[in-house]
Every structure is written in C-alpha cells, then in structure tokens.
Design a binder for this molecule. Structure first.
Ligand code: GDP
Ligand code: IMO
Ligand code: MG
Length: 440
C-alpha cells in the first residue's frame, strides 16, 4: 500500500491538478499500484486545479482532480468548505462532458459556505486579495462553532434534513445579520448588498444539496476502511505551503492548512504518507496581496506571465511572477517533509538567456539562508541570486531526462542541490504526456 500526498510548495497554482491526474493515470492498469482513492482535505472553491487530457481542459474547484478516472473514488474530505451552488455547477458541467461523478463522495462533516460568508469576504477580503468565495468567513465560523455542516442538511439516510437545517439557520442567521448590519451597514449600502431572507437561503440550499445528497457519507470511515484494506490512496492538496494559515506568510494567507498537517484533521484518518510530493514551478508566482521576495515587476516578470499564461484559474487575475526562491522552497520542504519534488513549467523558462535562482536573502546588511517567520523581517529581505545560463530551445516535446539541453539539466541539478530533495518529475507542458518522469 502506498499513500501519496501532493502538496503545493509555493503560493498555490503550482500544477497540483496535473500531478494528481498524472499519478492516478500512471498506475491505472497496474492492479498492485493502482490508486483507488483521491481525497481533498482542505480549502474550498478558492482552488482552481487544471487537468489537460489531449485537447480537453478541465478546471476543478471543489471536485478532486482524480474525478476523470471513473473507477477511482474521489473524496471531498472533512476539512473542505463547500459552496453547494458551485459544487452542483461543477458536477453538472462535468456530466455534460460525459462524466457522471458516480465516483464522488462528500464528507458529512464538511462545513458549508453560506451567502453571508461571501458577503463578508467581499467586504473584508480586499487587503489580502482573497478569491472572494467566502472561504475565510466560513472557516472563521467553523472555528467559532457557528458553522453549518453538510450533515446538518442531509440525514443518515441521505435524505434532506430540512428541520435541522432550519433550526441551525434560525440560531445563526440573526447573529450574523446583526453583526453585518451593525459593523458593515454602510458598506452593505455602498455595494448595494441585500441580506437574503432565511426562507430564500433555505430553499436555495435545499435545492442544490438535493442534487448531491446521495453522495454524502462518513468519508473518514471510508478512508479508514481503505487503509485497513491496503488500498493505494492519493491525497490532493489545495493552495500551497506559503498560504498556510499557520506556516505561511501570515496574514497574507488562506484560512486553512494546505500543508502536511492539514491531512490528518482534513481526512479524519491517520494517513501518514509514504511519498510526500512537493509541487513547485521552475519559477514562482503569487496571486493577491502579501510579501513575495523574488517578484519581478519588470519585462522579465511580464514575459514569464505571458509564456506561462499566469492568470488565475479561479478569478482570472494576473499572477505576480518572479524567479524561483529556493530559500522559500527549502522552508516548504522542511514544513512538509517533501521526499520528492515535481518541478512544473520548466518549458516556460526556455526563452531566457540567463536564469536566476534566489539562494539567500540580504537582511540588515547581512545574509540569511533561512525563511524568516516574522513578516516584519521577511518584508525587509531582498533576494540574492545565483545566475545560470539558459537553454533557449523548445523542450516541450522532451520526454526523457537525458534529452534535455545540458543547461536545463544543470538548472534542475542546482535546485536539487539547494533544496536537498530529488526532483522526480519534470513537467514541460500542460498535457499529461508532456512530462519527464525520473523517479517512477
Ligand atoms: P494548481 O492549482 O496547482 O492545480 O495549478 P493551476 O491549474 O491553477 O495552474 C497551473 C497551470 O499551468 C494550468 O493552466 C496548467 O494547465 C498549466 N501547466 C501545468 N504544468 C505545466 C507545464 O509543465 N508547462 C506549462 N506550460 N503549463 C503547465
Ligand atoms: P490552488 O489550489 C493561488 C490566495 C488568494 C489570496 C489568499 C487568500 O489553485 O493552488 P482566500 O480566498 O483563500 O481567502 O484567499 O490566498 N489563494 C490562492 N492562490 N492558488 C490557490 O489555490 C489559492 N487559493 C487561495 O489569491 O491571496
Ligand atoms: Mg490553481
């Protein structure tokens, strides 16, 4: 039995979706190595995971990226927050493309994103530059014990539980609305936001949840049985280590634990991974606000954005781009215990004659080679680079490591050397087959 964890090693959008699909695909015909379960454990529809199969592109927000493999059970775990409207949209969108999602299971413990969470995020999320999907307020309510779980809307017989849902709403809604009106009354007016009535929320949510109520179950028990059975399980991270609420660049982070620790609470099983695969780009990107030491606000950053199509999968915002920061990647490796790294989008760097790697920071006239946890320190850090010659040829059709240009191999080697972890996968294009696999 092998448990794989796929975790973002940077600020999200590293290419996790491609790796989840790839590993699931790789062993599809191998009875012993076949992945039987893919499970999401954190985040919500702030995530946007892209899977490209042939000419078809799929973008998943709540559905796990193994969903196209119909004999693999895909789980939305306990730690995920769910906007039912978005989930139904995704399920219906996929079913119109021929996938029925019969292989989807949804945790009864997952918390719901409610309309007032989205309203709050619209008002409060600006500074961090959130995705505006209600993620932060939904997690805030979960921790404050004011959350509503999927299991409050669907009963143990997979029928709608209108009574419990109504009771919860009657208890929580007046409190939320009092806060919103008292604290943000003028903001609500300014944005022309009307607070929806309890009956309307009830009706709308029951309408959506009705469409997936048969998929709601105790996913923690399901995964526990899978573990006892010795099945291979792949755990899919969302966001990235630098966006982790505890380990990331707080407060410019998301409101969950995308790093390794989130797996245990977010699946409800002691799934200790045999392989922790950190996913990183050959460069760095970040969406939204917050410190980003290697950001390039010049034509090089612009070129990376254009070549890498660096626009948000969820919000369409242009991503901030810069050189790879191995100080940050080493930190992410430490936090998660990566035993391998998948380096994505190496093809995007093909155009540059020189490639830079941030290996240290300059701080207070000295040099540091660790990632500081105090934002006040990090904000004063300036990147110090080592330069490497580029390869300036198209590598998107290379499939074997040995066929990469020497300078591309040199760059991969340098990153491995600095981070101290083998790069087992090198991705040279968005498609499944545009991948160099070294360690499998
Ligand atoms: P995720 O959130 O980590 O799953 O990543 P996203 O899907 O948000 O962003 C990654 C983007 O890069 C997607 O558009 C992918 O199709 C694309 N992509 C993935 N790997 C490669 C690669 O090796 N080369 C190029 N050019 N694009 C890639
Ligand atoms: P995937 O899974 C990149 C960023 C937002 C914002 C911050 C907080 O596709 O890698 P939130 O809406 O979560 O409260 O926003 O986190 N963010 C992401 N950036 N990829 C993601 O997901 C992200 N999910 C959230 O841009 O800066
Ligand atoms: Mg993404």
């Amino acid at each position: 039995m092998t448990i794989y964890a796929i975790i973002g090693g940077q600020w999200g959008d590293e290419g996790k979706g491609k790796i989840v699909d790839l590993i699931t695909h790789l062993y599809a015909d191998n009875e012993e190595k076949k992945i039987k379960y893919v499970a999401r454990y954190a985040g919500g529809n702030n995530a946007g995971h892209t899977v490209q199969v042939g000419d078809d592109t799929y973008r998943f927000h709540l559905l796990p990226s193994g969903i196209l493999h119909e004999d693999v059970i895909n789980i939305i775990g306990d730690g995920v927050v769910i906007d039912p409207r978005v989930l139904v949209e995704e399920i219906e969108g996929l079913s119109s493309r021929g996938y029925r999602c019969d292989n989807l299971k949804i945790s009864e413990k997952a918390n719901l994103i409610m309309p007032y969470h989205i309203i709050l995020d619209t008002i409060e999320g600006g500074k961090v530059g959130t995705t505006g999907r209600g993620i932060g307020p939904a997690y805030t309510d979960k921790i404050a014990r004011h959350g509503i779980r999927i299991g409050d809307v669907v009963d143990e017989n997979n029928e709608l539980d209108e009574q419990t849902f109504r009771r919860k709403l009657e208890e929580i809604l007046p409190m939320k609305y009092k806060f919103l009106s008292n604290v943000y009354g003028s903001e609500l007016e300014k944005h022309g936001i009307k607070l929806p009535k309890l009956e309307d929320i009830l009706k709308e949510y029951l309408f959506h949840v009705d469409k997936f109520k048969d998929k709601v179950t105790d996913t923690s028990s399901l995964l526990c049985k899978a573990k006892e059975n010795g099945d291979n399980i792949l755990i899919e991270g969302a966001q990235g280590t630098m966006l982790d609420i505890d380990q990331g660049t707080y407060p410019y982070v998301t409101s969950s634990n995308p790093s390794l620790g989130g797996i245990f609470t977010g699946t409800g099983v002691s799934l200790v991974p045999d392989k922790v695969i950190g996913v990183c780009k050959a460069y760095a990107t970040r969406v939204g606000g917050g410190v980003f030491p290697t950001e390039l606000k010049d034509e090089i950053g612009e070129k990376i954005r254009e070549r890498g199509c660096e626009y948000g999968t969820t919000t369409g915002r242009p991503r901030r781009c810069g050189w790879l920061d191995v100080v940050a990647l080493k930190y992410a490796t430490r936090v998660n215990g990566f035993n391998e790294i998948a380096m994505m989008k190496l093809d995007v760097l093909s155009e540059f004659s020189t490639i830079k790697l941030c290996t240290k920071y300059e701080y207070n006239n000295g040099k540091i080679d660790y990632f500081p946890s105090r934002l006040s320190v990090l904000e004063k850090c300036r990147p110090l680079y080592e330069e490497f010659p580029g390869w300036q040829e198209d590598i998107s059709s290379v499939r074997n490591y040995g066929d990469l240009p020497e300078n591309a191999k040199g760059y991969v080697y340098e990153v491995e050397k600095f981070v101290g972890v083998p790069i087992s996968v090198i991705s040279v294009g968005a498609r499944r087959e545009q991948t160099i696999i070294r360690g499998y």
